[in-house]
Ligand binder design. Structure first.
Ligand code: NAD
Length: 979
């Protein structure tokens, strides 16, 4: 209570100091007030500021403004507004545009300490003059290539000696120069570790830490030499453990064991904050030399909550702002109690937290030199002077650098500034009351967002932020390896059947290794399987839909329990990386649950009724379904097509790809473990051209569910159309085929996103996804800079055994695929220019092909028209958006496509004019989720309704409408009456 009283006293004093000082009303405050009052205006303003640096052309800039703000009142000087309204006089754009840029530059200046070193020097000088220290952050969000990571490192290596020398010229100042009884380094820098390694990934924490340290240690040595302090900033949750591990490893490195001038930021909005602090304290106690923790609330709250919700992950951040405030004070108390083992930086703009820090420090008998405050440049200026007047140590975080990378920072700050709660807390506007109430934890301790609902919900992918997830993969890989070489029979009528012929399935990363030996069926065995499937159909089709749906749910639940094992098989048999293998299994689980729900929904189908008449619509199974999946989604696509077949009452013969038969055999084993009756699902591994075609031709097959190449698909469509003797039905074929997918990169695209999105769309799973980007069409204006970054980013991807989570690229599926792709590359070289084909990495084993980028590709050339199904990307140039759309649509396929643009009009046009089954705007074009992005194309990409969509099951059934006249001699039961 004594402490609380003291907090209130100090808080009130601070508020009085602020009011006494008075505050110049900044035009930004008006903007902020408007943004709080009008959410639409807030969104459009932030989006416009985000795109502005790309709009170097005046006419483009004014067009964007009109599109963004429409009838909304724009945040512009009057003259600029007037100029923009005269859209019929384009020359006026040349008057308005510079004014707009000037306005936003002013905004940027409010939060950034200059766009170059010299300006940063002026900023830190003036802060020093005002009695404040500084921490310098060179602006640059995550590096997308190793080249950019090198540049980021160099920027610090150059800045440290120069800035340190500059600061040595300062006269001594008692308060800012001494801290914890030592001479405090005048130069203090803040570093974002994600910028030091372009391939940073939580799935590869070890590798990421290793690579980051390679660039970090020279910076630390340089800092040591020039008496500078280094603070490791904390970013998104995905990088938290990596940042923390780097910090802890540096603390234990003998080179730095007596070095006090290093620190790490800890975010109080994280559930993990206190645990992480305890871990740091334990490490510092062992080390016996202090280091610093900067306690922040956390600046990525919106991002973290959206990402968690999108992925069905539990939120890593506290959802309630009051909880974050309470946690901040709890962490603060803990940190200050641990002085001098740990040195505390209180980074806050919240008056209550400032007062709490002072009061808690007093309660632990700490002096003002034993801790320091930190605030952001341009934020809560009204609080800074009162702190200095009280002789508190105050450091200002000063970001500086180019405007383009700076915009992301600026938007983050504005987002924070225009959120009504933080404005109130900071007293940014004078008329707002400041809240000094003691923050309390809400009663629901660990709120997670994964609410339990009855609706279908996508399976959450592994985030790999937990070590347990990583360890489970390592373990599963080793267990699967122990089963290498095992034999897998056919499964006919629930029984194992051995064959004379076999298929050897190998590990494409190490072809000497046999993953399994799988039976290869003969036509005679195909006949036996047809009889079994026919027999089982009699019983299976009569089950209630819910019973069949529940079988699917049981399979899903077993698969969920063994998901890591099934992912491991894909790593070993298909060459998928960890994340892709995990995604494939999750998709399989989703198909099972989703189609179970959809089958039940269809059973409830309603048709219009009329008095005296009862109308009902029924669906019934067709008979035997032949399921022919490809190897590239060896579990997900197989499961999707199979689940749809059987939940509709058909029985199934699965003929998997000969490249990935072990995964199929394991899955059919699991289906029987789930209790699915014998004969409902039969496994017939063998040659596609032989038994695949034999079955497709067979009179007893009623449905063919195929996913694979256009050549085989169209062939099966022809076969299905051939009428066989004795055939009394029309075969139905669902054929999902290839693509030649294009991404358009517009002039105003966010280039960081366009580059990384294109690279992962083109080279994810080595380009072996039907949805993969194989063409990127770039508008003239953006072409050169995009291409340069595209090449560097692609070059930075690590290739090698997919068992190592650091390798995002593995081998292609087979020797044959390797030969075909290499020959397409050779052919391409004759007609286009190679921008990337780096063969320096030689692999003795495995079917590896390094990523290839071609430029100067003619629209009608084979490179731009034919599906290569490997890591080959063609870059095409377009004069304007019309031409880009024309080029994108110039294809026999229509599967997936993407546009990176921040031009609302172009995005609107793409929605109606880009001819593809799945269009993605401002994101990668692969990774469709069941139910959220129903998947499938048209033209020569597919025949059917979309997989993972509401209509998919209709293709596996026939329907009949029953109409009954319920009127007897003028009397009819009321509607809804059950006879
Ligand atoms: P593929 O056409 O070679 O083989 C697909 C399946 O058909 C395999 O199981 C194979 O054994 C079988 N098969 C081969 N010849 C056959 C024949 N004559 N009769 C009956 N069955 C036969 O394709 P793939 O190499 O396994 O897969 C890659 C292709 O699949 C790419 O073209 C890709 O675009 C396409 N694909 C499309 C989608 C989609 O949803 N549109 C999804 C994944 C893959």
């Amino acid at each position: 209570m004594k402490l609380e009283k003291r907090i209130q006293e100090l808080g009130s004093e601070l508020i009085t100091n602020i009011r006494e000082r008075g505050d110049e009303q900044h035009w930004l405050d008006a903007l902020v007030n408007r943004a709080i009052a009008d959410p639409q205006f807030r969104i459009q303003t932030l989006r416009f500021i985000d795109v502005l640096p790309n709009l170097t052309d005046d006419v483009e800039l004014s067009r964007h403004l009109q599109e963004y703000f429409g009838d909304l009142e724009s945040p512009l000087p009057e003259l600029a507004k007037w100029g923009l309204k005269q859209s019929d006089k384009p020359w006026l754009a040349h008057i308005a545009a510079p004014l707009v840029r000037y306005t936003v530059r002013g905004l940027a200046r409010r939060f950034m300490g200059g766009n170059n070193f010299q300006r940063a020097c002026i900023t830190v000088d003036s802060l020093r003059f005002a009695g404040m220290a500084s921490s310098l952050d060179i602006l640059g969000e995550a590096s997308v290539s190793e080249h950019e990571a090198d540049e980021y490192q160099n920027a610090y290596l150059e800045m440290i000696p120069a800035m340190s020398a500059h600061m040595q010229t300062w006269k001594e100042a008692e308060i800012t120069d001494s801290l914890h009884g030592r001479f405090a380094p005048r130069l203090n820098i803040s570093l974002k570790l994600s910028s030091l390694y372009s391939q940073i990934d939580a799935a590869d924490t070890k590798g990421s830490v290793r690579e980051i340290k390679q660039r970090l240690l020279p910076i630390l040595e340089c800092a040591q030499e020039h008496h500078a302090f280094v603070m490791l900033d904390m970013e998104q949750y995905d990088y938290k453990n990596i940042t923390l591990t780097c910090f802890l490893e540096v603390l234990e490195d003998s080179k730095f064991s007596y070095w006090t001038d290093i620190g790490i930021a800890i975010q109080a909005y994280l559930h993990d904050a206190m645990d992480d602090l305890s871990m740091i304290v334990a490490s510092l106690k062992r080390r016996a030399t202090p280091a610093t923790v900067r306690l922040v609330r956390g600046a990525y709250w919106d991002y973290e909550t959206i990402i968690a919700e999108q992925n069905n992950w539990p939120s890593p951040v506290l959802l309630n702002k009051g909880d974050t405030d309470a946690n901040y004070e709890r962490c603060l108390d803990y940190l200050l109690s641990q002085h001098p083992v740990i040195e505390t930086v209180v980074a806050t703009h919240n008056t209550r937290s400032l007062a709490a820090a002072m009061a808690i420090a007093e309660s632990y008998h700490l002096s003002k030199q034993d801790y320091e405050f930190q605030m952001l440049y341009g934020m809560a200026d009204s609080l800074k002077k009162p702190l200095v007047q009280r002789q508190q140590r105050l450091r200002v975080y000063v970001p500086y650098g180019e405007t383009l990378p700076g915009m992301a920072y600026l938007v983050r700050r504005l987002l924070e500034n225009s959120s009504s709660q933080s404005v109130m807390d900071m007293g940014l506007t004078l008329d707002q009351p400041v809240n000094l109430n003691r923050p309390e934890f809400s009663t629901d301790k660990k709120i997670t967002q994964t609410a339990i609902t009855n609706h279908f919900c996508n399976t959450a992918l592994y985030r790999f932020t937990e070590t347990a997830e990583h360890d489970a993969f390592v373990n599963a890989l080793s267990l699967c390896r122990q089963q290498f070489g095992k034999s897998y029979p056919l499964i006919i009528d629930g029984k194992s059947v051995q064959t004379k012929q076999t298929i050897t399935s190998i590990n494409p990363a190490m072809p000497e290794e046999t993953v399994g030996i799988v039976a290869s069926a003969s036509q005679q065995q195909a006949d036996t399987v047809l009889l079994a499937a026919k027999k089982a159909h009699v019983y299976w089709c009569r089950l209630r839909v819910t019973e069949r749906a529940n079988f699917l749910r049981s399979i899903a639940s077993l698969l969920q329990d063994r998901r890591v094992e099934f992912a491991a098989w894909q790593i070993l048999e298909a060459g998928k990386n960890w994340r892709e293998a995990d995604a494939d299994v999750c998709e399989a689980i989703d198909f099972l649950n989703y189609y179970a729900d959809q089958a039940e929904r269809l059973e409830q189908s309603n048709v219009n009724q009329s008095p005296g008449e009862s109308n009902t619509l029924h669906y019934r199974s067709r008979g035997i379904g032949l399921v022919i999946p490809p190897w590239n989604f060896p579990l997900a696509i197989l499961t999707g097509m199979l689940a749809a077949t059987i939940v509709c009452g058909n029985t199934a013969i699965v003929k998997p790809s000969s490249q990935t038969p072990v995964i199929a055999a394991k899955f059919v084993e699991l289906i029987h473990q789930a209790g699915v009756p014998e004969g409902v699902v039969n496994l017939l591994t063998g040659s596609g051209a032989d038994i695949g075609e034999y079955l497709a031709n067979h009179v007893d097959i009623q449905v063919i569910a195929f996913t694979g190449s256009m050549v085989v698909g169209t062939r099966l469509i022809n076969i299905a159309a051939q009428f066989q003797p004795g055939q009394i039905h029309l075969k139905r074929i669902i054929a999902e085929m290839g693509g030649k997918n294009a991404i358009i990169v517009d002039t105003d695209a966010d280039m960081d996103e366009a580059v990384t999105g294109t690279v992962s769309s083109a080279f994810g799973f080595q380009g072996q996804k039907c949805s993969a980007a194989s063409r990127v069409i770039v508008l003239d204006h953006a072409y050169d800079s995009f291409l340069e970054r595209l090449v560097e980013t692609t070059r930075s991807r690590r290739m090698g055994s997919p068992e190592d989570p650091g390798n995002v690229m593995g081998p292609v599926i087979s020797a044959q695929a390797q030969t075909n792709i290499l020959s397409a590359i050779d052919d391409g070289r004759q007609h286009a220019r190679l921008a990337l084909y780096d063969t320096t990495n030689h692999f003795e084993h495995g079917y590896y092909i390094p990523p290839v980028i071609f430029t100067e590709v003619a629209a009608e050339s084979a490179l731009a028209q034919q599906e290569i199904f490997g890591p080959v990307l063609s870059v095409l140039r377009a004069g304007d958006f019309d031409q880009a759309l024309q080029l994108a649509n110039y294809s026999q396929y229509a599967l997936t496509g993407g546009v990176y643009s921040r031009d609302p009009d172009h995005l609107k046009r793409a929605k109606s004019e880009f001819n593809v089954g799945n269009l993605y705007l401002n994101r990668k074009i692969t990774g469709a989720l069941v139910s959220r992005q129903p998947f499938g194309g048209y033209k020569l990409s597919g025949t059917g309704y979309k997989a993972g969509g509401e209509n998919y099951l209709l293709q596996f059934m026939d329907s009949s409408t029953v109409t009954e006249n319920t009127m007897r001699r003028g009397f009819a039961p009321p509607e809804g009456h059950k006879a």
